[in-house]
Each structure stands twice: as structure tokens, then as C-alpha cells.
Design a protein around this ligand. Structure first.
Ligand code: FVH
Length: 285
């Protein structure tokens, strides 16, 4: 069944859900809303959206629903649909996604798992990244509607769990960077730097760093860890110096102790003469 009459239900009106609903309204969709705290819908209702009296009523109102709530426990409390198409944009584990898809199928609903890779104010752009997985035919039906939210859709195949798994992999990368960034901010402020300036400098090196990460991913996939860009021993030394600096400065040492510890173990395991990405051999054990 196609969504030619441009209708959609949006469940969950947190920071992200409000933006999702607004983008659909901007594109002329008939939008039905539900949120646990009803008054968060007021501004959207003033712009023409319809507030349903229950989640079940919202799900019945449109062929397709987009859900974006805090977590899968909240989502489970809301599920009550049949014969509809649900795009689940709530962050969850691969197991959460598999179970939600099975639940939806038992109730005659089509299911797509989606993972938004952007902040609310980055939504609705031609390059906004959104990971999606689920049955190909269901994706084909939902794609035009999802493109209202994010032009940069990456379809990861039929397994509903794929988008959730890749989301957590990318989030792992982001949180690793974020922890390093915050430790760096402590070095910067301890040395009397303007931390906003530090943020600008880090932003400037990100495109180069992104290219490096891409290279290391390809190295891991190839299984050939001969040195091509960055020998592991360089990182063994660099992380030791970050730890030493934290100790000398009397600032928190948790992040560099963790990083330096891992690199030291890799060195002790004989990986120092390989490409940096060879650290993954330690993580596989
Ligand atoms: N905001 C972001 O930057 C990220 C970007 C990447 C993807 N995430 C994921 O999106 C999901 C929702 O995130 P959010 O930012 O909209 O979250 P909140 O502003 O905290 O709003 C939470 C909504 O969930 C509702 N809710 C919470 N618990 C329950 C429950 N037990 N039953 C029903 N609804 C529930 C909450 O309702 P209320 O508090 O307004 O009544 C909000 O609508 C999330 O998975 C991110 O990981 C966002």
C-alpha cells in the first residue's frame, strides 16, 4: 500500500520527535501526533497537526508511523498496531530491533528499523545521515517519507537489526572521540587555553582524521596489518605521554590510563611493529 495521500503519525515529541513532526508539516503531510505528555504537541497542533487521544488512535490514523522515544522500554509501552508500517527511530540494541520486528509481524504490521545519525537541528537536509534496515519492499514504500527527515539514507539490508548494530558501532566511535575530546579539554584548560579555541582546532583536524579512520577500517577488513600509515609503536608512546602529562599536571588520568594500558598490552603482545589498527587483534580476544 503506498502513502500517496501524504499522511503520517509521529509518536514521541521529545527534542527529536518535535523536529520530525515539523519537517512533515513543512512538506504538507497530514500529521497525527501522540506524546505521553500531551501539551508538548500544542505548538504543532497550532500549525495544523492533529493530536490523537491515545497511541493506538495515532497508529490507526495513518498507514505509516514514525516512532522516536527515549528507549525501547518506552517504545514497548506504546506498541499497539496492526496492518500498518512502523519506522522505529528509537535507539536500541540489535536484539531490541529483532524483537520489535517480530512483534510487529505477529500483529500484521510492516517494520523498519532506523537510526538517526544527526542532532535535531541537522535534520531535514539533503545530506542528513539516516541508517535504515528491514524488508526491501517495506523500505521502498517508506523511503520517500523518510527522505523528508534525512536525505542521506543508507539502506543496510533486510535484517532489521542491521541499523541498530551499525548505530551502536558509530556511537561507540563518537563516544570514544568524545571522551578523548573531554580529556583534551582538561589539558587545554589546565594550560590556560581558551577551550573554545581548542574545540575549533579539533574541528579543523576532523576531516583529516576521518580519512585516517576510513583507512584503518580498510586495513582491518583486508587483514593485512603491515605498516602503511601509522605504526602502533607511535601510539604506544603518544598515549604514554598523554598519561604522563595528566600525572604531572595532577588532572584526571582515567582516559589516558585506559588508552595507554591498551596500547601497552598490544605492544607486549608483539603488535608494536604493525599498523595501528592491529590493536583490534587484542580486542578480539
Ligand atoms: N536528540 C538527539 O540528538 C539524538 C540524535 C540521534 C537519535 N536520538 C534518539 O532519538 C530518540 C529520542 O531522542 P530525543 O532527543 O527526542 O529524546 P527526549 O527529548 O528525551 O524525548 C524522549 C521522548 O520519549 C518519551 N518517553 C520517555 N519515556 C516514555 C515512556 N515510558 N512512555 C512513553 N513515552 C516516553 C518522552 O515523552 P514525554 O517525557 O514528553 O512525555 C519524549 O517524547 C532516542 O532513542 C535517542 O537515542 C536522538
Amino acid at each position: 500500500m503506498s502513502n500517496t495521500n501524504k499522511e503520517v503519525s509521529v509518536l514521541g515529541l521529545g527534542a527529536m520527535g518535535v523536529v520530525i513532526a515539523r519537517l512533515f508539516l513543512d512538506q504538507g503531510y497530514k500529521v497525527t501526533l501522540w506524546n505521553r505528555t500531551a501539551d508538548k504537541a500544542d505548538a504543532l497542533v497550532a500549525r495544523g497537526a492533529v493530536l490523537a487521544r491515545s497511541a493506538a488512535e495515532a497508529l490507526r490514523a495513518s498507514r505509516m508511523a514514525v516512532m522516536c522515544v527515549y528507549d525501547y522500554r518506552a517504545a514497548d509501552a506504546i506498541f499497539a498496531m496492526d496492518g500498518r508500517l512502523l519506522a522505529q527511530l528509537t535507539t536500541g540494541s540489535p536484539k531490541d530491533a529483532r524483537e520489535a520486528e517480530a512483534w510487529a509481524h505477529r500483529h500484521g504490521a510492516a517494520y523498519l528499523e532506523g537510526a538517526i545519525q544527526a542532532a535535531p537541528d541537522q535534520m531535514g537536509r539533503p545530506d542528513t545521515p539516516l541508517l535504515v534496515s528491514g524488508a526491501q519492499a517495506v523500505f521502498a514504500e517508506a523511503e520517500p517519507l523518510l527522505k523528508v527527515l534525512a536525505g542521506g539514507i543508507v539502506y543496510l539490508g533486510e535484517k532489521a537489526s542491521a541499523a541498530a548494530a551499525m548505530d551502536l558501532a558509530t556511537l561507540s566511535s563518537i563516544y570514544g572521540t568524545m571522551l578523548g575530546f573531554l580529556h583534551g579539554a582538561r589539558i587545554a584548560e589546565h594550560e590556560g587555553f581558551d577551550v573554545a579555541e581548542y574545540g575549533r582546532i579539533v574541528a579543523g583536524i576532523m576531516p583529516t582524521f576521518a580519512g585516517f579512520l576510513q583507512h584503518e577500517g580498510a586495513v582491518i577488513q583486508s587483514g593485512d596489518f603491515a605498516i602503511t600509515q601509522s605504526p602502533m609503536r607511535i601510539s604506544v608512546e603518544a598515549t604514554q605521554r598523554i598519561l604522563q602529562t595528566a600525572q604531572e599536571a595532577g588532572i584526571n588520568t582515567e582516559f589516558p590510563a585506559f588508552a595507554a594500558g591498551l596500547f601497552q598490552r598490544a605492544d607486549a603482545a608483539g603488535l608494536g611493529g604493525e599498523e595501528l589498527a592491529a590493536l583490534i587483534k587484542l580486542l578480539r580476544k
